[in-house]
Design a protein around this ligand. Structure first.
Ligand code: SAM
Length: 281
């Protein structure tokens, strides 16, 4: 019964991304926090991919990180649960050098990777939250991602952060609690599950860093690294505008920001939590 419910929830998410369409492409480019988030994700990914690797990209969306994987010389199986996002991925990469890195594109729910062989990929990448849409099946999904990753290979992912999102979105959270009731707000803060909000357009599961620690072990993995996205750059676009405009100051800021994000004490502080895991020895 739970499986039916969560499958329906994932269908709801697929419909949301079908409707969201190219909004997803623009989401991280419109403000400084978004651009920093892309940079934090790019640099995190670069630690775990090397030339010639075969990568499964899950929830690829319009291809922000497909292009990145192509730049690293990887060959990529591009997947998404949303047919619209998969088509946008094709459209955005068409005519670019990155397209030659794409082996094929296919529809895939992160919760069902049974079509792939054990250890088929060097790296499995799920940036931007596919695992935030697995709900009750998250642990099984993560175990599935490890199964199809070769021994010594890496699963690299990011999920929505409960505490960082609460802090960053506080005005909206307070407003929502007033509208739907403090009991609903309590339930969301306790569980990270936005399905508690009646009539929510976008539902997802948000995590605490300690949830990721627990999930990694439960799925048979070992955490290699964790990072927040972002740390100092949330809600400070006015201050950071002049810094971004100066290449030297900006590169220094990004270095400090990426370093801060990877401090253990920062893991819960951003809107997303990035992590990399491998098989337990
Ligand atoms: C926020 S976008 C991230 C896109 C891209 N990975 C990035 O980081 O820029 C989330 C993507 O995950 C996809 N997605 C959502 N639920 C999924 C699921 N259960 N399985 C696979 N993909 C899913 C959505 O369709 C969407 O394209």
């Amino acid at each position: 019964m739970i499986i039916d419910v969560t499958a329906r929830d994932r269908a709801r998410v697929r419909d949301y991304y079908d409707r969201f369409a190219d909004g997803e492409h623009d989401r991280l480019s419109v403000d400084i926090a978004g651009r920093v988030s892309v940079e934090v994700h790019r640099r995190f990914l670069a630690r775990f991919v090397t030339h010639g690797q075969r990568v499964l990209e899950i929830g690829a969306g319009p291809g922000r990180f497909t292009t990145e994987l192509a730049d690293h010389g990887c060959s990529v199986v591009v997947t998404d649960i949303s047919p619209v996002q998969l088509e946008l991925n094709r459209a955005h990469l068409a005519g670019t050098r990155s397209e030659s890195a794409v082996q094929r594109r296919e529809l895939l729910d992160v919760c069902d990777t049974s079509r792939y062989a054990d250890g088929e990929f060097d790296v499995v990448l799920a940036f931007g939250g596919p695992l935030s849409y697995a709900f009750e099946d998250t642990e099984a999904a993560l175990r599935g991602l490890l199964r199809i990753t070769r021994p010594g290979g890496t699963v690299v992912a990011s999920v929505m952060s409960m505490l960082g999102t609460w802090r960053h979105q506080l005005p909206g959270v307070v407003q929502l609690a007033a509208a739907v009731g403090e009991d609903v707000n309590d339930a969301v803060l306790r569980t990270g599950d936005l399905r508690h909000v009646p009539g929510a357009d976008h539902v997802c599961q948000m995590f605490r860093a300690r949830d990721i620690d627990r999930l990694a072990v439960a799925a048979g993995g070992r955490l290699l690294a964790m990072s927040a996205s972002n740390w100092a750059s949330l809600g400070n676009d006015d201050v950071l505008g002049p810094v971004e405009a100066d290449p030297d100051r900006w590169s220094r800021f990004l270095r400090h920001e990426v370093d801060a994000c990877s401090e253990p004490g920062a893991a819960d502080g951003g809107t997303h939590i990035l992590f990399a895991l491998t098989h337990e020895r």
